[in-house]
Design a protein around this ligand. Sequence first.
Ligand SMILES: CC(C)c1ccc(C(=O)O)c(O)c1O
Ligand code: FE2
Length: 322
Amino acid sequence: MTTADFRYQRAGYVALNVTDLARTHDFATGIYGLTFTGEGPSGERFYRSGPRHHEVVLQPAAEPGFVRAGWELETEDDVSRAFHHFRQLGLKPRRVPAEERAALGLSISDAFRVREPVNGVEFEYYSRMEYLSRPLDGDLTTFKRFAHVGIGVPDVQRSTQFLLDNMGFLASDIVGDYTSVFMRPWPVSDHHGFGYLPTRTGAPAFHHLAFLVDSIDDIGKLFNRIEEHAVGRAFGIGRHPTSGSVHLYITDPDGMLWEYTLGMEQFPETGYRGPRFMSAAPEDADLWQAKPKPEFVGKGGVVTGDAGIDEALTELVAQARK
Ligand SMILES: CC(C)c1ccc(C(=O)O)c(O)c1O
Ligand SMILES: [Fe+2]
């Protein structure tokens, strides 16, 4: 159980800024294997791996980076409880206007956005995203679902503590002395839906997004596809010691990292193991001794909005919890 009185259903989606929408569109569909759903009123494009309206949103922008992560909650009551929970904490959740919800396939869902105040990372909460019955494009990959995002932050321990204390996450594994932490939105069973990692810039930075794939064939085929199309390979094929998943990371046209992950540890709703404190030594980083390439540091910032990082609010919430 967590301290939050709402339940997550799944890691929903990630919205990214990209500098050349047409190029990243070709990458997302022709290399990574997602299906294009359509375009929104502001020129944003939606992509999916299954029936839900989207799991990736690409927005044209001058700089690449992370915009927000969307989280599907179990019911509309959970969305309402989450809204009040965050409002009580003083986090100023903002409802998504009806026109924007319609573009996001959330016409009959309430939806709101809130920033965690340690870094200004934005989360969106909703419960009912439209299902599309039209078939997926092509057969490059058999996806299971959108899996997680990793964000680099200056203070991994403090950032993690905020999510554990206030936002309904549980830690699955802690690497080194809070070098990185993998967290799951309770009671979602995947080993993690979100990870805080060291930042390469001193400020919050995007690290990667990941989708779960169905079989080793999907990983092997991506490996050969990127070679044929001269797409960068940043890390893998390897196996993570934390989730136990097989991985392959590739770079999109802006240098941002997109991971395929296969077969992660699943957690029960109750009676789960506690977080393990994993070695951060390079020789313990991969079970197959795969070595990250220099590109694995990633690219892209984090849009923190006008609110930015709110030291005072973070402190206030921490005090209130004591
Ligand atoms: C090296 C990166 C940050 C990493 C490490 C471990 C896992 C995992 O356990 O699944 C990841 O998904 C990662 O992206
Ligand atoms: Fe990952």
